[in-house]
Design a protein around this ligand. Structure first.
Ligand code: ADP
Ligand code: MG
Length: 240
């Protein structure tokens, strides 16, 4: 579903992704961990072309990333992204947030989009908030709304960039529980997170990044019990 080959990314003189290779199969859940500044967010952003690629290739479901126009809008619909900061439209209701993409980009009739949105809000446990504005919701509820909005596009892949990092601790699990259920249902997911409990519960594979490179990749139990590199051991000793 996702194929990254020899990916390099520069910001001016700063070389932030250095020859990254990553293949994610349909239905696979890959957790990306690594120190701050190691390139995790940039990698995610390259996958839905929020960033341009310096060198190398990214393919989603066998198609190279389009540069612009409707093809790019379709790619962004196929590769959903959930951000640390929720990024909901503040002046729209939760329901409007969830129906906007499907009606505008997927060209789904409004009534059908609404019906689907209610079902998704039900699924993430906030159907009663459909007509509220984001500011009236808790952080955990806002993030679940953001997940419903991403799902409404029926993406092929969902990217999560530290989806629980901005949440109060008591709200982390309500978001992780939704993500675990998506993983169990076979959604293809790339999840940047420091929640090792989530990695243990849901990940097929953990990828460890450091200084713009994928340094290690393995099954969660192997990675946590037996990291192969000094850098991974050092990282784990700081977060566990
Ligand atoms: P992570 O998500 O692992 O913390 P990032 O991908 O955000 O790392 O950042 C990787 C490196 O790229 C960092 O050194 C960061 O400062 C730099 N960087 C990220 N975005 C930009 C940008 N838009 N312009 C310049 N430098 C950036
Ligand atoms: Mg980041």
């Amino acid at each position: 579903m996702v194929s990254v080959r020899g990916l390099h990314k520069w910001f001016g003189p700063l070389h932030v992704l250095k020859d990254v290779d990553l293949t994610v199969a349909a239905g696979e859940v890959v957790v990306v961990v690594g120190p701050s500044g190691s390139g995790k967010s940039t990698l995610c952003r390259c996958l839905n072309r929020l960033e341009t690629i310096g060198q190398g290739s990214v393919e989603i479901d066998g198609e190279p990333l389009p540069a612009e126009g409707r093809a790019l809008a379709k790619l962004r619909a196929d590769v959903g992204m959930v951000f640390q900061s929720f990024n909901l439209f503040g002046h729209k209701t939760v329901l409007e947030n969830v129906t906007l993409g499907p009606t505008k980009v997927r060209r789904i009739p409004r009534a059908e989009a609404k019906e689907r949105a209610y079902a998704l809000l039900e699924r993430v446990g906030i159907a009663d908030k459909a007509h509220h504005h984001p500011a009236q919701l808790s952080g955990g509820q806002q993030q679940r709304a953001a997940i419903a909005r991403a799902l409404a596009m029926r993406p092929k892949v969902l990217l999560f960039d530290e989806p629980t990092s901005a949440l109060d601790p008591e709200m982390v699990n309500e978001v992780l529980d939704v993500m675990v259920s998506l993983a169990a249902e076979g959604m293809t997911m790339i999840v940047v997170t420091h929640e090792m409990g989530f990695a243990r519960r849901a990940a097929d594979r953990v990828v460890f990044m450091d200084d713009g490179r994928i340094v290690e990749s393995g099954a969660p139990d192997d990675f946590f019990a037996n990291p192969q590199t000094e850098r991974a051991r050092d990282f784990l000793s700081k977060i566990l």
